[in-house]
Unconditional design. Structure first.
Length: 355
């Protein structure tokens, strides 16, 4: 173990001890199991308020208080967002919500859902596809206990000062990328991808180290990007430039420390219904993010079919790059692409989905 890793673990342990002793002494007496939950977004973000907090409350209630959660947003326990996977894997924290794209290549199978030629614009459809495909992607999580694999509604372009109304407009621009698949897409466009965790984006825009970013409008709200950008771009019919895959996962030893009845409660609240609820939540809030951006003076351009086709024409090359990478890992990427497209199409066609 490196000295830096040891210090990180010590810092987190002290932070948990101090915070817990100040805020929840009764919980320590009543709960049989108390788990830390760590993530990188603010306490105002959709992930915190509509996903993690309600999930924790449901499990606490279902377990009659035998399980308790201490939730730490905004990397409050220390470290940087790309370290969340290692923190939960190594038991530095018990549960983490993170972006697999922050650790490129560690979760290759789930990247299929990020591809622009695979994801359309519905978090619900892609979330349900990921649930049905868990047997195909499970090996990505052999050192974790996955609670939820999900996406947001998809990435739009957010531009500081220069609008993007065509493929030609984006060439040469420095654009924040959420993942390596996002970076490959930007490179295919002729843009320069800049990798960074999303909390660093406002400062990067303010300092003009990037010209724009690939993020959904939902994330733009807590980041207050409307104050830092003048333009936004989405594809025809509200489609998105791919999406980002997220992982809500528990340390394996922490999960296995639970008796069977409490494991069953965790499992019951972490499956398809959870994925569907979160997909609906993301799809509901994304149009509100677009509306709020416009209310704050941001010009949001919806490309017409011809301009959208310019971007779509590059999807095959981007997907081929991913397929070649998968082949080098001796993985059948084409089977994943075919299965994901079919599953997303099936769930998009469901009448109660609202799309």
């Amino acid at each position: 173990m490196s000295i830096l890793h040891l210090l990180t673990r010590l810092t987190i342990a002290v932070t948990v001890l101090v915070t817990f002793s100040v805020t929840a002494p009764q919980t320590a007496k009543s709960a049989e199991f108390t788990f830390s939950v760590h993530h990188f977004l603010s306490a105002r973000a959709l992930t915190h308020t509509q996903m993690i907090e309600p999930w924790a409350k449901r499990i606490e209630e279902a377990s009659n208080g035998r399980i308790k959660f201490e939730i730490y947003p905004a990397m409050a326990l220390g470290g940087k967002p790309p370290e969340l996977y290692r923190q939960v894997r190594d038991g530095v924290v018990d549960i983490a919500w993170t972006l697999p794209g922050y650790t490129p290549g560690v979760f290759p199978r789930v990247e299929v859902f990020e591809l622009s030629g695979v994801h359309g614009g519905s978090a619900l459809a892609t979330n349900m596809a990921s649930q049905s495909m868990m047997p195909m992607i499970a090996d990505d999580f052999d050192d974790l206990h996955p609670l939820l694999v999900h996406v947001h509604s998809g990435n739009a372009l957010h531009l500081a000062s220069k609008p993007v109304g065509s493929l030609a407009d984006v060439k040469g621009m420095k654009i924040r990328s959420p993942s390596r698949t996002g970076a490959w897409m930007l490179e295919a466009w002729g843009a320069e991808p800049v990798g960074m965790p999303v909390p660093a984006l406002p400062q990067a825009l303010a300092k003009q180290t990037v010209d724009g970013a690939l993020v959904p409008f939902e994330v733009a709200m807590p980041l207050k990007l409307a104050e830092l950008t003048e333009h936004g771009t989405e594809l025809a019919n509200g489609r998105r430039f791919g999406t980002s895959t997220f992982l809500f996962a528990m340390n394996k030893d922490a999960y296995e420390s639970l008796p069977a009845d409490l494991q069953a409660i965790i499992d019951e609240h972490s499956g398809a219904e959870f994925a569907a609820a979160m997909g609906k939540a993301w799809d509901a809030v994304e149009p509100k993010g677009v509306e709020l951006a416009r209310e704050n003076g941001v010009e949001v351009i919806t490309l017409d079919d011809a301009r959208t086709a310019e971007f779509d024409a590059l999807n095959a090359a981007i997907t081929k790059r991913w397929l070649d990478d998968m082949a080098a890992r001796d993985l059948d990427g084409q089977a994943l692409v075919d299965a994901a497209k079919a599953a997303i199409a099936d769930h998009t066609a469901e009448p109660d989905q609202g799309h």
